[in-house]
Design a protein around this ligand. Structure first.
Ligand code: DX5
Ligand code: ZN
Length: 237
């Protein structure tokens, strides 16, 4: 396993998305991906308003929390955003990200997440411009770039996002060199073993994978097999 020079954590983080897990067995599913080497649990929250799908909320986050030690990475696809943040913090979320289009006051929402003791981040849809990052870099712990339009698992990776990943990498590195904190660069949507290296080469360090992980056949080693194939692909970067 690769380790980072500063804090001993993985340079590259794999975040299986629960959206493609067996919803009747979520406790067992999160425990299984943790045992298979996952670094984060990606928890997709959809409201049938900001996105045309409906998933899981704070009660489910609270229910799965005792089944894993790794951080829970809550991706809010809801509008409005603020009302749910304290509930997710109490339910054991570690990171909370939201879409700037879904918040009336982005700076306030970021501060609210941090005040609740969680790490905070913005999610950029494929067509959201990078200018939304302009005045909030010092409030961010993570930037999540969507490589599909949000709402569903199992969609095709949009390759036009690769240059955008490079541009965000440059912004994060410049921020760090200017004395700012390190910011994770996570990519979400359509990530598979055969494209993860290109996504890492563009500058991502954290990879959400829903259908690739939870849809991996037992015959190929199940969750452990696919996560180790992700790590092998990343080792070549
Ligand atoms: C889509 C979600 C993703 C999704 C990824 O709106 O945010 O996290 O579960 O699924 P795959 O990896 O199947 O594209
Ligand atoms: Zn997501």
């Amino acid at each position: 396993m690769q380790t980072g020079p500063e804090d001993g954590t993985n340079i590259y983080r794999i975040a299986p998305s629960l959206l493609s897990a067996d919803f009747a067995r979520l406790g067992a599913e999160v425990a299984a991906v943790e045992a298979a080497g996952a670094d984060l649990i990606h928890f997709d929250v959809m409201d049938n308003h900001y996105v045309p799908n409906l998933t899981i909320g704070p009660l489910v986050c609270q229910a799965v929390r005792p089944h894993v030690k790794i951080p829970i990475d809550v991706h809010l696809m809801v509008r409005p955003v603020d009302r749910l943040i304290p509930d997710f913090a109490k339910a054991g979320a570690d990171l909370i990200t939201f879409h700037p289009e879904a918040s009336e006051h982005v700076d306030r929402t970021l501060q609210l997440i941090r005040d609740q003791g969680c790490r905070a981040g913005l999610v950029l849809n494929p067509a959201t411009p990078l200018s939304v990052l302009d005045h909030v870099m010092d409030r961010l712990d993570i930037v999540l770039l969507m490589s599909v339009n949000p709402g569903f698992g199992g969609q095709q990776f949009i390759t036009a996002v690769l240059p955008k990943i490079r541009a965000v990498r440059a912004r994060i590195d410049a921020h760090r060199q200017g004395g700012g904190r390190s910011i994770l660069l996570e990519v979400d949507g359509g990530i598979k073993v055969d494209n993860v290296a290109a996504i890492a080469e563009a500058g991502a360090d954290t990879f959400v994978a829903g259908s690739a992980v939870f849809g991996s056949p037992d015959a190929d080693g199940g969750y452990r097999g696919v996560i180790s194939r992700f790590r092998s692909a990343l080792a070549s970067v």
